[in-house]
Ligand binder design. Structure first.
Ligand SMILES: [Zn+2]
Length: 1127
């Protein structure tokens, strides 16, 4: 019985949970920002209470939270003596997915399930549950109908006499389901040429009241009748498979190491004796004291001379204990300087470098996983299975647990006790992407309709029916797998059990047999007990001088004319239900009436930006097809109307307010697409000043660069979330525009920021248009609330991502799109049992693009262990890094960056030291022993430490850092993986006759050959690096010029040339672009050109210009830290 589950008794959504109020977020104890109300930061980055914590004592910092949190001291008490998950008596039966305690190890040689078959019911008495006493009557009294009421503190009456009946085309309740037609997102790829100029001179006629603050017109009821569109639950494949390309990452092995470039001796790699080679070992100023020369001997211990043939750095493979294997082929290099191996004294060898080939290689790990796990489907029927890596191309078959495309965990086997978790320091977290796009060969979640009474839920904790619920008493009741409460099965849902205790309709019901599915929500899940209107999109275009002059305004208007035909549609609907509206602005706002009955659009100007209102309702939000002529006319006229503008100043907050007010007036949720160019300095609410100051870097005030300069936007964001108003922001800055502040509303509303610095039509148009097209078309849920429930013993305590939280359990998202993740950290509040394991259920309530209210449910079962070795065997380093990066990036809001970096290093050293102490077989202290599943932790961690947020180079602007900080907070595991450790491919190894990609190489300059070209991608940029000695023929084929010197480094695309090499390289780039949520900027880098500095920044195994350590050096440093912890 956990605290949170008791506290859930009332309203699952929207009610503060008393049990959490006392929870103190550890980590970077929030220091209140002077002059800013603390709630701003509480809301900005997670649960409020975490930032109410008083500042920690000077100079100390608590480690990042791991699963070792003390129990909350306040809140609902845990009832004493309540049996929790004890054994179920013999002869009773289990229903649902077998909670097999089988522990899968990675790599798993074989799968226990055959594709296409149901999960084998495992008869395991040990997994049977005993039912605790029934809950108290007070708990059972909870009205589940009221449970989902948003924004209401009173219980809603049952939805008798629905004003709006259930959709007629929805299949009958019992046992029927259809796939979620997640919208038909026709791919839109027509490349726009230069915009045809439609010369419509003059302003729109009639009601143009330029410069006047119009009186608010009398509103006569809702502007547009709510369009109830026929429901279309047909099985429609998901829009496009951006994640998986059939030819991506084919298994390849043994990348030959290119010849080492001359003159690229990496500093800092000498391991012995040369203090000068270690000056920047880890930290930028001040240099880490422990890393200076003499300290390095600690790594080897005196005397330094060693026998080079003795191998050191043995990596323990596969987490197998009790035997230390011989050096693996990839790690077999001798580690000069390991004292314990040199039994006979030898003369001091010359300084030797640690062979980079002898330390764990990301490329090798990725290749191995691909070879071992890419060939067979990942079947989710078994509890606690570690999925293949995100870099492996694999098929998922849902047999009772959510696909790793929806949820990935830092570990799939979690310690039974808080003490163990604390000891290991391994954070327990799940990275959840509730609306993830699936590849076309995987079925989207089925839609389940339980009819008017709504989804079946546990009476007490409100968990939704799922494969882990156990039916008892012949099927008349079920016991909750989360809180053990027993709930009556409603008559309409009753079904008999077969001789194994399984409901006979088990395979007909997604909610009994699958890990992920959707419920059709009833009216009680809707705001104000009313079914929502379809959402609206409002396009809000900056028409100040810079925007007009750069050609941006014309570009946007031209693009919208065609893009509006590709608004998201639900299922097989013929047209999108989404209505659109248009606003332009500089210092004042211009609203447009584009009602279909008008001959010409009408403009209404609001210059009183201090008190924003929407001057028109009827005709502002319209159906595209009905108003097409007027809209096209408007989009033709906008660039002309402002062609001669001299207005350079802009407002920003009033623009968001206007959009939000418009949605409010139309009683719908929606998204604002704001195209903005400058710091909003015009007199208006939310006006900002230029406070950029790079001198703050590496000072205690550096954190202020990440904080918004006013709390105004945080309050505005709160209002937006209440209205379901999601803000996507496209920025086109020519100078500092304070992303940290402007980004607050997009961030807290679940929106997205795109940034195009020094936007130029020729070079940036394609990227911007591709981003815009993807953004407009992508699947998005509106007015969403997400709750993660857990089984007894653990609970969700911390949340990371782009959202808002008004209490400590409900993640509120004005919008949530298919690319966004929410990261949840868990802590123990009780002991877990190996038999029962641990369960998560993520429930997302949202409005889809047709205005239908839905609940998407993802379930995941994890193993629990009493041996630390089992934890380390089942970790996922990519997810761990995703979590640690998000944790650190949030930490910089309130702490000196150096403190954040040191904390990260310390935590990882503790993780590895705990393994060494408790899991590894005894060996000499001179050996670095890493758990097999975490052998890349040092290299990846180093990449996080060297990233622009934590260790910026001189070229990284304050806005860049704020931008990246926000981006990473919503990234999924695949995105952080490639962002921190970019993918680097040698282009001369490209096989033009095959779909396979050349083997990737490690991100180090010494792996590059002057005679080769390379492709490097990190999710934001693609570089093509050209060596000075590349064959002329290749240059001709790729760039269409005769020599290296003729290659233009200002190209933003590769020329379209009709030869196999050009075609193949361009198709690889296209494939990479399709895999990423953003269109990557292509940058051509010629060796020894000045742009090369930018490229080298991404060679993350090397020492960085900003002082970041090389991989080799960092590994040595980690080793030293680990040894210190162990001694
Ligand atoms: Zn329950």
């Amino acid at each position: 019985m956990s605290v949170n589950q008791q506290a859930h008794t009332g309203l699952p959504y929207g009610q503060p949970q008393p049990g959490y109020q006392g929870y103190q977020q550890s980590g970077y104890g929030g220091q209140q920002m002077p002059g800013v109300h603390h709630s701003q930061y509480g809301a900005y980055n997670g649960p409020l209470p975490g930032y109410q914590q008083p500042a920690p004592p000077q100079g100390t910092l608590r480690a990042p939270p791991t699963s070792g949190a003390p129990l909350p001291t306040s809140g609902a008490p845990v009832p004493a003596g309540q049996p929790v998950y004890s054994q179920f008596g013999q002869g009773d039966v289990q229903n649902g997915i077998a909670t097999s305690a089988v522990q899968m190890q990675r790599p798993s040689a074989s799968q226990p399930f055959i594709p296409g078959t149901a999960p084998t019911p495992v008869s395991q008495p040990a997994t049977f549950q005993q039912y605790g006493p029934p809950p108290t009557s007070a708990q059972q009294l909870t009205n589940h109908m009221a449970g989902m009421q948003i924004g209401s503190s009173t219980s809603a009456p049952p939805p008798a006499g629905l004003g709006y009946g259930p959709p007629t085309s929805v299949p009958p309740a019992s046992g029927s389901f259809t796939a979620t037609g997640s919208g038909l997102y026709t791919s839109y790829s027509s490349s726009q040429g230069p915009p045809p100029v439609t010369m419509t001179h003059g302003l729109p006629p009639t009601s143009l009241s330029q410069g006047l603050s119009l009186a608010q017109p009398a509103f006569s009821g809702p502007p547009l009748s709510a369009q109830r569109l026929p429901q279309a639950p047909g099985f429609v494949p998901p829009p496009c498979s951006t994640g998986i390309g059939p030819s991506s990452y084919p298994p390849t092995t043994g990348a030959p190491r290119p010849s080492t470039m001359q003159g690229s001796q990496l500093p800092g790699q000498a391991l012995t004796g040369l203090p000068t080679s270690q000056p920047n070992h880890v930290s930028s100023p001040p240099p880490h004291p422990s890393m200076s020369g003499p300290a390095m001997t600690g790594l080897q211990g005196p005397p330094p001379p060693t026998h080079p043939s003795q191998s050191g750095y043995q990596m323990q493979q596969n987490g197998s204990f009790g035997q230390v294997r011989g050096p693996q082929p990839n790690y077999g290099g001798a580690y000069p300087g390991t004292p314990n191996y040199g039994s006979q004294p030898a003369p001091p060898p010359p300084p030797k470098r640690l062979d980079p080939d002898s330390i764990p290689s990301p490329i090798q790990v990725i290749e191995d996983d691909r070879n071992n796990r890419g060939s067979e489907p990942f079947i989710t029927g078994v509890r606690g299975q570690v999925p293949p890596l995100v870099t492996t191309n694999f098929l998922v078959k849902d047999q009772g647990n959510a696909s790793p495309r929806y949820i990935r965990c830092t570990s799939y086997n979690i310690p039974c006790t808080s003490d163990m978790a604390k000891q290991s320091q391994v954070p327990l977290a799940a990275v959840i992407k509730p609306l993830a796009t699936l590849p076309t060969d995987e079925a989207p979640p089925y839609l389940v309709d339980h009819g008017e009474p709504g989804p079946i839920r546990c009476n007490r904790c409100k968990a939704y029916m799922c494969p882990f619920m156990q039916f008892i008493e012949g099927g008349r009741r079920f016991q909750c797998c989360f809180c053990s409460c027993v709930t009556e099965v409603p008559p309409h849902y009753f079904q008999h059990l077969d001789h194994t205790g399984k409901r006979v309709d088990f395979y007909d019901r997604p909610e009994l047999s699958l890990g992920s599915y959707e419920f059709l929500a009833t009216v009680s899940y809707c705001k104000n007990n009313k079914f929502p209107n379809p959402p609206a999109f409002i396009f809000m275009i900056d028409v100040s001088y810079n925007a007009v002059k750069s050609g941006l305004v014309r570009l946007i208007c031209e693009e919208l004319k065609s893009l509006l035909d590709y608004l998201p549609r639900e299922g097989n609907m013929e047209e999108s239900a989404i209505r659109v509206g248009f606003v332009t602005y500089n210092k004042v706002l211009h609203f447009y009436n584009v009602k279909s009955s008008l001959a010409q659009p009408q403009m209404m100007v609001v210059s009183d930006v201090a008190d924003m209102f929407v001057p028109l309702l009827d005709g502002f939000l319209v159906n595209v097809n009905e108003s097409r002529t007027v809209i096209v006319s408007l989009l033709d006229q906008i660039p002309e109307m402002f062609a001669d503008t001299r207005e350079t100043e802009t407002v920003f907050a009033p623009v968001i307010q206007a959009g939000m007010e418009a949605l409010k007036a139309a009683e719908c949720a929606g998204k604002l697409f704001i195209f903005h160019t400058s710091l909003p300095i015009a007199e208006a609410p939310g006006k900002l000043k230029n406070r950029d100051d790079r001198k703050l870097i590496n000072t205690d005030k550096e954190k202020t660069l990440f904080q918004p300069q006013t709390s105004f936007y945080s309050n505005l964001a709160k209002d937006c979330v209440a209205q379901g108003c999601c803000v996507d922001l496209f920025l086109f800055p020519n100078q500092y525009l304070d992303v940290a502040t402007l980004g607050v509303v997009p961030y807290q509303t679940g929106g997205t920021i795109y940034k195009y610095a020094y936007f130029q039509l020729e070079t940036d148009q394609e990227r911007f248009l591709n981003d815009l097209r993807k953004d407009v078309q992508k699947e998005v849920g509106f007015d969403a609330v997400m709750r993660v429930r857990t089984s007894t013993g653990i609970r969700a305590t911390d949340f990371f991502g782009a959202f808002y939280m008004s209490n400590t359990t409900d993640v509120e998202l004005a919008g949530l799109d298919c690319d966004k993740t929410i990261t949840v950290e868990f802590r123990h509040d009780d002991k877990l049992s190996e038999d029962s394991g641990a369960l998560l259920q993520c429930a997302l309530l949202y409005t889809n693009c047709a205005g239908q209210r839905r609940l998407r449910i993802h379930n995941l079962s994890l193993n629990c262990c009493t041996q630390l070795a089992d934890l380390y065997r089942n970790c996922e380093t990519d997810t761990l890094i995703n979590f640690l990066a998000k944790f650190a990036y949030r930490g910089v809001l309130n702490n000196p960056v150096k403190t954040v970096r040191d904390t990260l290093i310390n935590q990882c050293a503790q993780i590895l030291a705990c393994y060494r102490k408790n899991c590894a077989s005894p060996s000499s202290a001179g050996q670095l022993i890493l758990p097999e599943c975490m052998k890349l932790l040092p290299v990846y961690l180093n990449c996080v430490l060297k990233s622009d947020v934590l260790q910026p180079g001189a070229e990284v602007t304050t806005d860049d850092r704020a931008y990246i900080r926000q981006l990473v907070s919503s990234m999924d595991v695949a995105e952080t993986n490639v962002f921190f450790y970019p993918r680097l491919l040698p282009l001369t190894k490209v096989d033009v006759d095959s779909d396979t990609l050349p083997a990737a190489i490690r991100n180090s300059e010494e792996r590059l050959s002057k005679g080769d070209m390379y492709l490097l991608e990190n999710g934001l940029n693609i570089f093509v690096w050209v060596g000075v000695n590349v064959q002329q023929g290749l240059i001709q084929n790729l760039f269409g010029v005769s020599s290296f010197n003729h290659i233009s480094s200002t190209l933003s695309t590769l020329p379209v040339l009709e030869n196999p090499f050009s075609k193949r390289v361009r198709s690889i780039i296209d494939m990479f672009q399709a895999q990423r949520s953003r269109y990557m900027k292509l940058i051509i880098v010629k060796q020894e050109d000045k742009l090369e500095m930018l490229f080298k920044h991404f060679l993350v195994e090397d020492k960085s210009m900003s002082g970041g350590a090389s991989y080799v050096d960092f590994l040595c440093h980690m080793h030293k830290e680990i040894r210190q912890l162990l001694s």
